[in-house]
Structure formats: C-alpha cells, structure tokens
Design a protein around this ligand. Structure first.
Ligand SMILES: [Zn+2]
Length: 311
C-alpha cells in the first residue's frame, strides 16, 4: 500500500447559493469556479463575482426606474401654470422619489437574486464551457500536486454533481492521511456503484469522524456488503462502521441485523456503548440483537467492572 501524504487542506468556503462562487470575466464572459487571478481564457485581470455583477445589474434597472419618475415629475413642474402648482408638483416629485428610493433599498437583495437567476439562465453554455476549462486545470494539477487537484475538484463539485467528480474526489482523498480536524464530507460523495476506494474511505471516516456515518452511508455498505467483504480490509470496514452506528439508538432500531453481524468485532468501548443502549431498553429485542449482545457479554465482558455498572 502506498504511503499516505499528510496535507493541510485549504478551508472550504460554503456559500448560501451555489452559484455565488462563480466569477465571470467582464471582457470575454468566461466563467470560473476557481480562485485564479486572471481569466484563463483571455488572460486579463477582469474577473468579478457573479453576485457583484448581478447587484450592478439590479441597481442599474432601479436607476432607470428612478429616472422615469424624475422625468415625469419634472414635466409636471414645467407644465405648471402658477407658483402654487410648481410647489405642489415639486413636492410630490420629491416625496415619490424618496418613497421609491426607500422601497428599492429594501428590495435590493431580492432584485439582485432575480438578476443573478437571469444571468445564470442566459449564460448556461458559457458556464459549462468555463467549468470544462476548470476541469482541465484540475486534471493538470492532479498530476503535479494532488492536494491542489483535490481542492480544485472540491470546488467544481459544488456545481457539477456526478459520479465521475465524486470518484475523483474519493481517489484523491485516499492518497492523503486523513485527520479529525480536516473538513471532510461523506454523504455528498456516496456513489450508487460499489467502489473499493469509497468503501475504504467510509471505514476511515468511521474511525475519525463518526458523526458522518448516517443511514445513507450504512445503506451503501449494506448494498455492497458482499463486495466489501471480498476486500482485504473489508470486514474491518464493516466493524468500524458498526462502531460508529451504535452511537445512536435510531441506527440500532433501523439496522439491528447489520449491528448483530459485526458486534463481536467491536472494540471494548464501542461494545460498551451498544451494551448500554441494550440495557436501557429492556423491552426491545431488535430481531435477535439483544440475545447476540448478551452472548458476547457473557463470553468476553462478564467480569469487566465498567459493564457491571449496567447490570
Ligand atoms: Zn476573459
């Protein structure tokens, strides 16, 4: 097995709307999801965030609304016959303009999102072309620097969700030595098909970030259990996932057979966790899991003082 590389991943910045991360070149309208300084297509330093551009567009259309009000108001002033009419028309114009300005200020964010939506819809082809260019950058980076390659693929995956991108992320993640303090994810990476790298990744996550093992991850393991058990570390992966699953009663309720199959391989402190839940719920048999836990307890932990507390 290759030696895994220690890495310090750049933090991943989550945005409220996925498209917020896109930047567009003001010169050639090339889109990018990456953090380069200049446009990869025309090489100019003219990249702006799409949100910025959308806000500018929203403000411009608001400005023309105000201009229209202004022209109407001014015409009323010019057409006035007496001084009183001039004063009234002018006052009305000022009040209406202030009112409009207040409304516009309040709806700026909504209007910006509308403008963003329009911008995205009318530039779909350019966005896809831009992402293709980003993918080519990723492919080149992966050969040189796996960490940078992973970071690029991770950015692309916020917009492009398919198994190819997921697989690329998993394969790259498996070349790093993973740590608890890393920003890791599991559910977005789950594939439909069996993949040994993904199975191995789930096994590692079960050890370092137990909280990421959820029903979907467990279902993936169960759907591909036979394939996983054919892997060299396959049984250990299933045991580690079981150890993560017993942290919550709801997983025991949903997957009692799975937990029953691997309970005898659990390390002591994970088995203790399972034992505690079983003892706390005397009315539940979980399709034989209760008996299985009792049998393991009798074989291995009968004289263990930590277990006695629960007797
Ligand atoms: Zn450009």
């Amino acid at each position: 097995m290759d030696k895994k590389k220690p890495v310090q991943l750049r933090p991943y910045i989550k945005t409220r709307y996925v498209y917020q991360k896109l930047r567009v070149c003001k010169h050639c309208h090339n889109f990018t999801i990456l953090w380069e300084d200049s446009c990869a297509f025309c090489k100019r330093h003219s990249l702006v965030h799409v949100m910025e551009l959308a806000e500018k567009k929203a403000k411009r259309s608001m400005q023309s609304d105000r201009l229209l009000f202004y022209i109407i108001g001014l015409s009323a002033v010019l057409l006035s016959q007496t001084f009183l009419q001039i004063v009234i028309s002018f006052a009305c114009m000022v009040v209406l303009l202030v009112w409009l300005w207040l409304i516009q200020r309040r709806v700026l964010q909504t209007e910006t999102l509308h403008a963003l939506d329009k911008l995205i819809r009318s530039h779909q082809k350019q966005i896809l072309d831009g992402l293709d260019l980003n993918k080519a950058t990723a492919a080149a980076a992966i050969k040189e620097d796996a960490q940078l390659g992973y970071e690029i693929v991770r950015e692309i995956s916020s917009l492009v969700r398919n198994d190819r991108i997921r697989l690329q992320q998993i394969v790259l993640l498996q070349t790093f030595s993973l740590r608890k303090d890393m920003e890791l994810e599991l559910e977005p990476l789950l594939l439909n098909e069996f993949d040994p790298d993904l199975a191995a990744y789930i096994g590692e996550i079960a050890k370092i970030k137990r909280e990421l093992i959820n029903s979907k991850a467990i279902r993936y393991l169960l759907d591909h259990e036979a394939d996983i058990l054919r892997m060299e570390q396959g049984r250990q992966i299933m045991i580690d996932a079981t150890g993560a699953a017993v942290r919550k009663k709801k997983y025991i309720d949903t997957f009692p057979d799975f937990i029953s199959r691997y309970a005898d391989g659990l390390p002591r402190y994970r088995f203790l966790r399972l034992y505690q839940i079983v003892r706390r719920n005397p009315g539940l048999s979980w399709n034989g899991l209760r008996d299985r836990v009792s049998a393991i307890y009798n074989e291995q932990y009968r004289s263990d003082p930590d277990f006695q507390k629960w007797d």
